[in-house]
Design a protein around this ligand. Structure first.
Ligand SMILES: Cc1cc2nc3c(=O)[nH]c(=O)nc-3n(C[C@H](O)[C@H](O)[C@H](O)COP(=O)(O)O)c2cc1C
Length: 375
């Protein structure tokens, strides 16, 4: 059995296509259910949701599909603390707040819920898959998930991180290449050393672990999926490709920015959230990072909380220059359509790409009249 077939059987899904969790509003319950109904795996990106919102979202998804779906959270970070004064960061973003007519920024209170509260809510849903990024899970969390027979996937950006996840008893690893949109999952060492392209990362992770590997980053169509499967991936996880589907919850200005973006117009930034993430370059990113910008950015999740009112107002007002336009380097390949159509197209394109490859191969080995194989 191929790596992919075993994985599909285990997860009870039809196609090796996972809709990436898209925390922040991209992955509406409609999108999640549509992907699962189409035979892929829809994911609820629940990192910013309260336990009540997690329960509500999952109930909605379950009312729209009886197929498997997943829930994703950010691994808890015990070291997250605000060791520097927030004044410089607050001063840096204040002019943008006033430009949008918002009250002066201040540091919001920490959320009233913890990772454990979110996980407890996730465990009570009908999700059959749980994934996480930004680190490892506490061992009691892994145990609680396993007790419920939930399939657990962690995110790695290097071979060593993948090996750590396997050692921690995780069932599969999402290998996130540097092309990927959104936050970097790096949890060991500096993120910049872990900027490894998907085509380099996936086969090296496949060689180093025995658990299934899911390729993620820059995969937008069937050609990318066929390539990932050829590298030994059991499945693929696509974020940007699903962001422009009709069911996605992103503001119109964000969608248009993706359609207008080129492959050299995304960059890694900490300006919006305090954690490195890939998005389309815009004014906020450029200006906040200029000069001594690094010093004016709080660590995650504080910067994220600080900039949230700005991003919310910008979404309402169609001001893309203040939105975190998370997107991967495959932006030129983004398409607008219902998610079910995208999944069906991806399946067809993958088959087509594999067929072409096989044709090329068999064509190559056909001897010519002179006896030499054609190239
Ligand atoms: C808008 C957006 C939000 C994301 N949110 C999450 C998240 O909540 N959890 C997670 O594990 N990955 C998240 N990711 C990263 C994806 O899992 C995945 O690695 C990435 O989208 C793959 O690259 P691509 O966008 O080129 O397909 C997000 C990506 C984007 C674009």
């Amino acid at each position: 059995m191929s790596a992919s077939a075993g994985f599909l059987q285990n997860l009870k899904i039809q196609h090796p296509i996972i809709q990436a969790p898209l925390a922040g509003g991209g992955d509406t319950p409609e999108l999640v259910a549509a992907v699962s109904n189409a035979g892929g795996l829809g994911f609820i990106g629940a990192a910013y949701l309260s336990p009540e919102q997690i329960a509500q979202t999952a109930r909605y998804v379950e009312s729209k599909t009886t197929r498997p779906f997943g829930i994703n959270l950010f691994a808890p970070d015990a070291t997250a603390s605000l060791s520097i004064s927030p004044d410089i960061a607050i001063g840096r973003v204040a002019p943008y707040f006033s430009e949008l007519g918002l009250p002066a920024p201040s540091l919001p209170a920490a959320p009233s819920f913890t990772f454990s509260d979110q996980l407890a809510a996730a465990l009570e849903t009908g999700a059959s898959v749980f994934s996480f990024t930004f680190g490892l899970l506490p061992s009691d969390a892994v145990q609680a998930l396993k007790q419920k027979c939930i399939f657990v996937m962690g995110t790695a950006t290097t071979v060593n991180e993948a090996v750590e996840l396997e050692k921690a008893g995780i069932d599969a690893v999402v290998a996130q290449g540097s092309e990927a949109g959104g936050h970097r999952g790096t949890f060991r060492g500096d993120f910049s050393a872990a900027m490894i392209g998907t085509i380099s990362l996936v086969p090296q992770v496949v060689d180093a672990v025995r658990i299934p590997v899911i390729a993620s980053g820059g995969i937008m169509d069937g050609r990318g999926i066929a390539a990932a499967l050829a590298l030994g991936a059991s499945a693929v996880q696509l974020g940007t490709a699903f962001l422009t589907c009709n069911e996605s919850g992103i503001p119109d200005a964000y969608r248009e920015a993706i359609f207008n973006a080129k492959e050299d117009q995304t960059r890694i930034t900490r300006a919006f959230s305090g954690r490195p993430a890939r998005g389309i370059v815009n004014r906020f990113m450029t200006e906040v990072e200029s000069g001594d910008g690094g010093k004016a950015i709080l660590p995650f999740p504080f910067q994220n909380a600080l900039t949230r009112p700005l991003r919310t107002a910008a979404a309402k007002n169609g001001r893309a220059e203040f939105l975190s336009l998370w997107a991967g380097q495959g932006v030129r390949l983004a398409r607008r359509q219902p998610a079910a159509e995208l999944v069906a197209r991806l399946v067809e394109e993958t088959d087509e790409a594999i067929r072409r490859l096989q044709e090329n191969q068999s064509h190559k080995s056909v001897p010519t009249k002179s006896g030499a194989a054609t190239k």
